[in-house]
Each structure stands twice: as C-alpha cells, then as structure tokens.
Design a protein around this ligand. Sequence first.
Ligand code: HEM
Length: 413
Amino acid sequence: MSVPDTEIAKTEAVTFDAFDPKHWPDPYPRYAVTREATPLLRTPLDVHLVTRYEHQAAILQDNNWSHAHEAELFHPGVEHTDLPTSFLWMDPPDHTRLRGLVSKAFTPRTVADLRPRVERLVAELFDKMVAAGEFDLVPMLAYPLPLTIIAELLGAPAEDHPDLQRWSHALARGFDPDPLLSPDERDARTQAAREFVAYFRELIGRRRVSPRADLISELARVEEQGDVLTEDEMLATCVTLLVAGHETSVNLVSNGILALMRNPGQYALLRERPELAAPAVEEMLRYDSPVHMTTRLALAATEVAGHQFDAGDGVVLLFGSANRDPEAFPDPDRFDITRYATDASVNRHLTFSLGIHYCLGAPLARLEMETALRELVRRGIEMAETDELVYRPNLVLRGIKTFPARFTQTITP
Ligand code: HEM
C-alpha cells in the first residue's frame, strides 16, 4: 500500500519519543502512536524513520538500499580506527564474496556440533543460579552463555574472556548514533577497536602457525577457487562474530526470560508442552527484539510509501516497531509462544533482518535460548523478578543492564 506524500506532510507534527529513557521499559505504545500516524517520519538528522513492517521488509530485500554507509548516518566525521570493515557493512559484490567464504567455515554443522557444549554450560550456569537463589540474571546467565560459547568457538582462551567482554561492550555502546554518546564512550570505542585488532592479530598469527580445532583456524583455511580471507578480512570477521555473537544474544536471554516471567500462563504452557521451546524463542525474538533498528542508504532514486528518496538519502528501520505492526502480526502486543507453532503463514519477524544480511548467527542464537528454556522446564524453575529492572543505555541493542531475579528449582532432573 502506497501512502501519498500529503499523509507524510500532515503527520510531520508527530513527536517520536520512544527513545526517551522514561519509555525504555516499554517503548511499544510509543512506537504504535508513530506507526499509526505515519509510515515515514523525517528526523532532525534528515534521515527518515521507517515505522511499518511492509516498508522495512521491502527495503531490506532491495539492493538499491546499501548497508555500506552506516557510518555516514550514525557516525559522521568519526575517524575510523584501524578496525577493518566487516562484511556486515558491505554491499555486493564484496559482501557476497566474504559472506560466502565465512559461511564455509561457520556452517550449520559448526552450530549443531556445539549443542552438547551449550547444554553443559547451561546446566552449570543453572546450578549456580539455583544455589544463589536470588541474583542478577545478566552476569549469571545472559552474558556468560553467549560470550563463553562464541569465544570458545573462535578459540580464545578462557582467561581472555573478560577482556573480550569489556571491548565488545565498548564497541556495542558505540553502535548508537554519535550524538547520543559521551566523549568517554567514543574514546572507549576507539580504544576497544585498537585492543581487539591487536588481540586477534596475535591470535590469528598463532593459529596460522599451529592450527587447532577452532573457528579462527578454520577461517584461515577456507578457500574458494583460490580465493582466501586476507589478514584484515579475518580480523574484521573475528571481531564481528565475537561482538554480534553475544552483545545481541545477551538481550535475547534477558528480554525472553522477562517475557516468560510476566506472562505466567505462557510459561505454564511451555512447562506442559516443552516442544514449544523453539516457537517460544521465535516469539521472544519478535515480542521484545534484542536489536531495535538498522540503517540503509539509497544508492539510487527510489520510492517508498509514496515518498521519493534520492541517492544518498538515509533511513532508519525500526525493527521494534515492525515486529509489533498489527498489519503484519495479529494481536501483536500479545506474547503467544504458539504463534510460530501453529500458523505457517505468520510473517517472519525482522529481528534477524531479511535479505542478503540475514543474520549468519541465527541458528546459534536460537540454540542457546532454546537450551536455556528447556533447562528452565527440566528443573521446574519457579522464577520471579525481585526488584526494579535497569535498562541498558543503548538504542540499537535493546536489553536489560540489571535484572534482579529469583529462581527456585522444583524438580531434580
Ligand atoms: C539474538 C541474537 C542475534 C540477533 C538479534 C542478531 C541480529 C542481526 C541482524 C539484525 C543482522 C543484520 C543487520 C542488518 O541487516 O542491518 C545480523 C547480522 C549478522 N549477525 Fe546476527 N544477531 C544475533 C546473533 C548473532 C550470533 C550469535 C552471531 C554469530 C555467532 C551473529 C553474527 C552475525 C553476522 C556475521 C552478521 C552479518 C551478516 C551479513 O552481513 O551478511 N549474530 N544479526
């Protein structure tokens, strides 16, 4: 459905305030107000917010929209340190080539083989939480689960994991538009990028000399008709896999468990029917998306929602809004773990994106969360929030910073 320019003009007065910290605990009613009023909202930074599912899905699948220029939109004028560019921020043909090579090392098989390790780690983390009784879920489960798995997979020794977490956190904070960052946060991002590069350069060097059964050694080995990853491409890939591989999943774990706590009927249903764990993960991804936005830049003149964009125009796609669009999802504000179990025609949520940049780590994120859900059920965990939540000050990555919780185990498996 195309919306005439007059509608956009009429709604320029809409105030978009979902990013106001007072709305962080529940930005969805604020997204709804804007989405209902207009499909596109021009911001003071002269980019348009795209509010509805239909237009976001179309842009993501249209190669006239580039992801190679995010820095121009969110980080204008920033001196980009020695961190080489990842294929996440490239267009074809460079993106196609690199994603192809990386996919040869990081395969569905790689993820499937991780299942026993993920199960063991989840069991260990649950032992600690049950023993503690009351704790902060973020450092006890949400962080250590994805961080340990992706760091081990890459081949980073356990004693380095705290450094990797610190640097990742500084980079992830820096995904937000620069005007929202303090000078200290911008400096920390620059410093983290340098430390990451030095760290992985050294580790890659060691693995080239003596390969092991890890992903870095595998990335060093991949070859497609004589084409291989260069040193810079390996560096960018390692940093992307590490950061994308846990700074997002941490929010899936905490936002997902919160949704279950706040919807006890759905948790009861999961305990009755543990086979709903996989569709429950999908619904968690939709209902409270760990990634709330991405950007695209027009490579050529193109029309969206009746508005004419010129080459060089930027858009911000609000995944958090698309995933609650009633045109795409019936009764979108209802958390329903059967949504993806019963109705094959249900729209895919946009949380892992669509099109050529569709998340390469989606199977791993799903495996980790599904394993955590199965463990909750296996141990008959009764759970509750014990104090106020604190949200992370991050608009791109939506998640909880402090999550006071109580777990009581009712079944000894
Ligand atoms: C819940 C967890 C996760 C979420 C919500 C998520 C979300 C996303 C999104 C939205 C994109 C595309 C961005 C865009 O189109 O602008 C993306 C790309 C990517 N993700 Fe994930 N991700 C998650 C977990 C992971 C994990 C566990 C890994 C790796 C171990 C990973 C690796 C990647 C990579 C390499 C890309 C780039 C793909 C490309 O550009 O072709 N992600 N992810």
